[in-house]
Ligand binder design. Sequence first.
Ligand code: PLP
Length: 465
Amino acid sequence: PTATTRTTGAARPAAAATAERVRADYAALKARGLALDLTRGKPSPAQLDLSTGLLDIGAAELGPAGAGADHRNYGGLTGLPELRAIFAEVLRVPVEQLLAVGNSSLALMHDTLVHAVLFGVPGSARPWGAERTAVLCPVPGYDRHFALCEKFGLEMIPVPMRDDGPDMDEVERLAAADPGIRAIWCVPTYSNPTGAVYGPETARRLAALPAAAPDFRILWDDAYAVHHLTDEHGEHGEHEQHERDEQHEQHERDEHGDHTPPGAPGTTPPGGAAPAPGILALCAEHGHPDRAFVYGSTSKITFAGAGVAFLGSSPANVEWLTGHLSRRTIGPDKLNQLRHARFLRDAAGLRAHMARHRALLRPRFDLVERVLRERLGGLDGATWSRPRGGYFVSLDVPDGCARRTVELAAEAGIRLTPAGATFPYGRDPRDRNIRIAPTYPALDELETAMEGLAVCVLLAALERS
Ligand code: PLP
């Protein structure tokens, strides 16, 4: 199956809900005086508890390592090799081209743009800030990417998001015609918020893109590279399949009338070929070795806020970035990096750790799917993603109803991400997309919030009809 499957409400018989019933449900909802929040795309306390072991690593283990450097001191600008080796495999970046820096990948994206705007990137004729610079933004997308562009005066051009990445015909058409277009945001694995996984063909076309700008960059934010909700990983060729989960998926497909065959874009056949090359290798193969910056972090693996962030790129880009970075810092927090390396051990240890996250997350995503199906299954124009990983569910309500739904929910004590947040400049042209973040609330709260949200969608739709 593709990384995300959309369920269409209209495929089901019309809901029995009458106008009076919907109004009565909303009045009852408001009377409950709820205070619930579906905006927080962050780990729950139980997920954070999974990494308590990070704090148990003793002084003896963190001291000077034999003949090696003393990690308690300055230095080691590029980060700890042991930790970089674990994430080099996951992010598909050669370890010598992967930096471990700071605690936030968003900060690294911010810095990349700052340096690009002030100085240009390798291959730039002038700084990005010295001429019109536009960035392609697959929509719906991640609001903080858009906020960075807005802050630095980079024009944003939306392109539609599909199940296997952005509409590449549109990306190619725009980038080939406009030398001012110098970058594209990509969240290649379990995209925020749609859950889309970029297929191999999408990645290849991005690498090969005949961009008019010689300094075109792919901002490849692989924030959810290991954040699977199933055993069937649609990530660029990696594939593990377990019978039990496959049966569950098949059951779900049957239930939803979704007959997408296993092995659709974004996966490899059972038995699995070797993992597909990463975006850096693809770009190099297509004659654009400096095209991609790859980002990742442990924010949703260990502690969000006390984790480690990563940036991988070509040797020229890494040299460019470390040149700037060396003015900004004398070195990263290597003790935290060492704790992470000891705690996670290797890529297999990381995957085992992520399976424990999954056990906590999967019931939440299943619950969201069940409530949406039961409550909005008959509503024309209501569709939603069924992500196979990541942190969000993307809900499209009937056109013109998102803003009103969010308003109705707020009045009933349910906080939702502002309508429009998933679009550049906060402008959702069809006013229909709502991002749901199910990871943080306790299950019973999530159920109450989702039931309430469904009532608000039905009422907003009713008001417009
Ligand atoms: N990138 C994406 C796509 C995200 O969804 C998030 C957080 O929600 C981040 C980056 C933030 O990453 P970090 O905590 O490493 O700054």
